[in-house]
Every structure is written in C-alpha cells, then in structure tokens.
Design a protein around this ligand. Sequence first.
Ligand SMILES: Nc1ncnc2c1ncn2[C@@H]1O[C@H](COP(=O)(O)OP(=O)(O)O)[C@@H](O)[C@H]1O
Ligand SMILES: [Mg+2]
Length: 339
Amino acid sequence: MVMKNKKTLPLLGKILQKLAPQIGAKVVIEPDWQIAGQIIFKNGRKRYFRYSSLDLNPLGATEIAKDKDYANFFMKKMGYPTIPGRAFFSPAWSRAIKSSRNIEAAYRYAGRIGWPVMVKPNSGSQGRGVAKVRGRQEFYRALRTIFSEDRVALVQPVIEGQDYRLVVLDGRVISAYRRTPFSVVGDGISSLDKLIKNKLRLFHVLERPATIKSDDSRLANNLKKQGLTGRSIPARGEKIFLLDNANLSCGGDSADVTDEIHSGFKKIAIQLTKDMGLRLSGVDLMIDGEIAAAPKKYRVIEINAAPGLDHYVRTGRAQEKIVEKMYLQILKALEKEVR
Ligand SMILES: Nc1ncnc2c1ncn2[C@@H]1O[C@H](COP(=O)(O)OP(=O)(O)O)[C@@H](O)[C@H]1O
Ligand SMILES: [Mg+2]
C-alpha cells in the first residue's frame, strides 16, 4: 500500500534513528518519503528497512506469513489451532483462473458455517477490510470493499475470546499485550458522533496514526447492530465498542501483559515463529480464558512477519519505553551475521 499522507508515516525510522547511537550505529533515512532507511553498524555492516519490514526475516517465510491462507495451511498442517475458513476470489480473478470460488460461493459458504461471519482480505494488514457481517447485503458490501484491494477474501467463523499480540524475537517473547477494539466512553452529554470525532482528533494530537476514519462504514454498522445511531448519547462511563477487530492501527487499545502471560503461551508463540521460518514476528492469538493460565482454548489469528510497533508506542509512556527496549534488541539482532 502507498501511504500518501506524511502524517501517517510509520515511526520505525524515527525510533531506530534515536536508538542507533546507543550501539554506535547510524540510520540514514530517504528524505522524500521517510519510510525507507539504512542502518550502518559500527562494524560497517549495512541493513535496510521499509515501512515496518526489517532485514531479519527470510523472504520466503515473509511471503508466506503475508498470505493468510497460505500461512494457515502450513500452521494447520503442523498442528496449530488456526481459525477455520475458506478463501474466495474476486469476480475478475475467479474468471481468470476459472474458479467457481466466487462471491456467490462465498455467500453460500457463510450460510453453511453460520452467521455472523468474519470477512477479511487475504493479504491485508492493520485491520483493513476486516468486518463481522450478517446477512446478504452486509456480506456483499464487505466483500466488494475487500475485492477493491485484494483478489482473495477469507470467510471465517467468528471466534470468541480476547485478542493478544505476542512479539517474538530470536526465541524470546519480547513483549505481549492484550488488544481491544476501537471504543468510546460516554460522558452523558456528547453524542456518539461527537465522541468518535473527539477520539480520532486525540489520536491525531498524540501522533497516533489510526487508519480508521469517522466515515468508515464499519462504525455505522456497529452502531446499528447495537441499536444506536450517531446521535445517541451514551451514559457517563458507558463504553461502546465500535469495531470487530482489535488492531491498534484501527484505534484499538492495548494493555501490557508481558509479566503475567503464562509460559505455555510464550512457548507456543516462540515455536510457531520458528516453525514459520521467522526470527521476528507478531503472533496474534485469540484466547478464550486467562492469559495467566496454561493454554487450553485458543486459536492463532495470524502471524505477522513485519509487526509494526509504531501504534503500540503511541498508546502511552510505558509502552514507549517497552518499544524502545524492543527495538534496541532488534537493532542488536540485526547487527549480527544472519545465521
Ligand atoms: N475469525 C475471527 N473471529 C473473531 N475475530 C477476528 C477473526 N478474525 C479477525 N478477528 C479480529 O480482527 C483482527 C484483525 O484480523 P487479522 O486476521 O489479524 O487481520 P490483519 O492482518 O488486518 O490484522 C484480529 O486481531 C481480531 O481482533
Ligand atoms: Mg492482525
């Protein structure tokens, strides 16, 4: 994806530039777009990054991780509890490859697995196009939105539980946090429209680049499902969730759980990262139960080969410290010879 607005640029370059001197390294950032950079280490070694992609993971493994359907195939084959579901193709693509897995087939499949269903672009990220939908109209609309960007869409059952992100680097969990979807809290006076606008404005002030916009149809859909409109006024302290995906890049909230997470979950994330051929990853788990208890009911939502930590860093001072520590470890890992 091409990001045109400089204000929404990832902060990776900035963070690396700030941290590099601590290990005697230097970061050169391409000035026009400020998304591509070069790290020059003390020993003369050079490494590169673009957006949140760093020179840590091999290309093949990265390509598989980026494709949710492929990644699910391999993860499932190795015995990981993935989210069941199926891939379907855009009208043009299903014609081109002469496949009957088109939007109508997707709709029938959704009916078979039971409404509501989760739909998402196969190679998407940051929660773009991810929606929980119910019924024909909502389903077709969501799939058309997905097909405007991706020729493959996934249809999945809705999995219950809490969403967690575990960041793994070279066999260690360097951070873990719980994520909750974009929400607003009522003050007893303001309408939901106002509360949403205020929250998005706050993100802007905090330089927390949320990819969610106030006119995102998923927000209106979510309100409707809860019997609300933009003019409804929530009670003071009442929390209203407005999206079905907990991505921080869509304005979700995070709570650090690095110190409470059960070692069983850490082991799973570490092994999965290794099994998927990655050194650095963001493992997303849907956990039905306590994060502090031994793993019982959970599923792997996806594995990210280029976990962007820039949204996390903006969620608070403590997170900023955690992320800086994480990137310092990443910088040190980059300095070493690759295998
Ligand atoms: N099948 C599902 N059931 C319930 N929630 C889901 C499901 N799939 C995705 N989600 C929610 O949406 C978020 C984003 O989905 P994900 O597949 O990770 O796409 P992206 O690559 O855009 O992050 C997840 O972290 C989770 O909160
Ligand atoms: Mg994700």
